[in-house]
Design a protein around this ligand. Structure first.
Ligand SMILES: [Zn+2]
Length: 264
């Protein structure tokens, strides 16, 4: 069983509870780190699928991305509606983006949505389309679709339309709005968000220098063979968590192991 499958499959209620607590720590940490890396900002959100179809974790609409805590996360059902959370907190308006992707992508256990300006610029000009130019961008070799509707994804219909645009891709751009990253785990979402923005910034820089040379099919095939995704996610998650712990951004008592308890 892959990590993606085992991350959310358990029949044991105690184990499901442990996984939820672990996911809460990971989602809060991922949000704080994406904010610190200037990838997220005053809006955007990270979500994580809970075991056994119990919905997903997501932050509330008003909670600052700079001070999120695990206990402040909400549980929403697979239709995007609030199931539980601290009194007075409500889901973000774009909760349907997460719900509708989780519904049609069983391989996806975590989603990040953010509004990174340099990356969004590829949807604003009649110029080059964003494609993989850096080695780790092979993750998006099967495409980076652009969703044509710049509106907030604030209804089930808009969520379904976005999920349709995403298809089987691992990331999408929303025109004049933002980005969506999907992965098998929360650490995977952090690392993919980092590499996605790195690739967009590198391509933007390359556009300034001359004709862009995207990764060729041969280069993509060759690097894809070399890269060990699980190992790479673990390495970078460990690095970013280490930096955040040293800076006091993350409390030492959070469970920030890469693998969830069930697969440890
Ligand atoms: Zn948005």
């Amino acid at each position: 069983m892959s990590i993606a499958e085992s991350a959310v499959k358990t029949n044991d209620p105690a184990q499901a509870h442990d996984i939820e607590l672990h996911l809460r720590d990971q989602v809060a940490a991922c949000t704080l780190m994406l904010n610190d890396l200037k990838i997220m900002g005053y809006s955007g959100h990270v979500s994580a699928r809970l075991p056994e179809g119990r919905g997903f974790l997501i932050q509330s609409v008003d909670q600052s991305r700079a001070s999120l805590r695990p206990e402040l996360l909400l549980i929403c059902d697979m239709d995007g509606y609030l199931v539980s959370g601290p009194a007075g907190l409500r889901p973000p308006s774009e909760v349907f983006l997460h719900a509708e992707i989780f519904r049609v992508r069983p391989d996806v256990n975590s989603i990040a949505h953010f509004h990174h300006d340099r990356t969004a610029s590829f949807t604003l000009a009649d110029g080059p389309q964003l494609v993989p130019v850096k080695n780790h961008a092979v993750r998006w070799a099967n495409g980076i679709p652009v969703h044509p509707n710049p509106n907030h994804v604030n209804s089930p219909e808009r969520g379904r339309a976005l999920a349709e645009t995403l298809g089987q891709a691992h990331a999408a751009l929303i025109r004049a709005h933002g980005q969506v990253i999907v992965a098998e785990t929360v650490p995977g979402v952090l690392i993919d968000a980092v590499h996605f923005v790195e690739n967009a910034e590198a391509m933007y820089d390359a556009c300034m220098l001359g004709r862009v040379l995207p990764l060729t099919e041969e280069e993509i095939a060759s690097f894809s063979k070399d890269i060990k995704r699980e190992k790479h996610i673990n390495k970078l998650w460990t690095y970013y968590v280490g930096v955040a712990l040293a800076q006091g951004l993350l409390p030492a008592e959070w469970n920030l192991k890469t693998r969830l308890s069930i697969v440890a």
